[in-house]
Design a protein around this ligand. Sequence first.
Ligand code: NI
Length: 167
Amino acid sequence: MALLKIVHYPDPRLHKVAQPIATVDDEIRTLVADMAETMYAAPGIGLAATQVDRHVRLILVDISESKDALQVFINPEIIATSGQSEHEEGCLSVPGIYDTVTRPERIRVRALDSRGQPFEREADGLLAVCIQHEIDHLDGKVFVEYLSRLKQERIRKKLLKQAREVM
Ligand code: NI
């Protein structure tokens, strides 16, 4: 396994649209293992392949306290939504920034698991937020894009300044 480098906003690579995965093979399973290690080390509760500069439709989520309930979604699709709720979100690609985003409260998602088997599941609460946030990454969207232009500009400047300071 290997730790992967997480791309930080406003890097343009975060706006690439990820391609569907045709075959769930060992290469994909290695990426899953590396992404899981990277997510737990960060630490984070979700990670999309886009964030490690791999533009394929793969997301990982683990919202458990014990960090032992990894959920893998390959080619995930939200097939139904209902309700609306607000949650404070953060993102490993936007370190130190947290803000409130409104999204559907409940979702039904269809995907392949790490063996390539199709499954569907329903989610609400934090899990629903997390899955939607990660699927957005696959579509080239970062959560700050739900915020006002002014906030986005402030966040962009702050992160560019941070990036300059660590160089
Ligand atoms: Ni994120």
